[in-house]
Write a protein that binds this ligand. Structure first.
Ligand code: HEM
Length: 139
């Protein structure tokens, strides 16, 4: 298998692992105020040191593959869905960073508001990512 395609698929797999871990820690954020603040920090470090580098690899390898490949309708839908997932994750960095800063100041109201933003962005990112994965597996 082509090294770029292998890297693309490995990064996609790693990314889904991260998203799963984030989903689990986010669900526990209402357990207590101190636990909620800890969740904001854990999500922040996962995003900055693992998720952002991973989705950059997915984007760069996907773009290289795109240049080498003949574009079919199905592949166009996959690339579109993949781009929505990548862009949503990029946009999500903003509330994740702002929420961590709010937690540092123990500003619970702001933490809750940024958590809702993160949830709303995930509603776009997750189905788009799954669609890209399903089409990627089919083609
Ligand atoms: C969540 C995001 C994404 C997922 C889950 C995903 C998944 C996959 C998978 C599983 C494959 C393997 C297909 C095969 O077996 O040949 C693949 C291939 C590919 N991906 Fe992605 N991908 C994502 C994002 C992107 C992005 C953002 C781009 C473009 C900028 C892209 C472009 C491509 C291209 C061009 C191929 C090669 C298709 C072929 O030649 O058969 N992908 N992707």
């Amino acid at each position: 298998m082509d090294a770029i395609l292998t890297t693309h698929i490995a990064a996609v797999a790693f990314w889904f692992g991260l998203v799963g871990a984030e989903f689990v820690i986010e669900r526990s954020r209402t357990e207590s105020q101190s636990h909620g603040f800890a969740v904001t920090k854990n999500h922040y470090y996962i995003d900055l040191f693992f998720e952002m580098p991973t989705f950059i690899i997915v984007l760069v390898t996907g773009t290289i593959l795109l240049v080498e490949t003949t574009l079919t309708n199905l592949l166009m839908v996959k690339v579109g869905a993949g781009l929505i997932a990548v862009i949503s994750n990029f946009i999500c960095l903003y509330p994740v960073i702002k929420r961590k800063l709010a937690a540092d100041k123990e500003d619970l109201k702001a933490v809750k508001a940024y958590s809702r933003q993160i949830d709303r962005i995930s509603v776009f990112a997750l189905p788009a990512g799954f669609l890209a994965l399903i089409i990627g597996v089919i083609i």
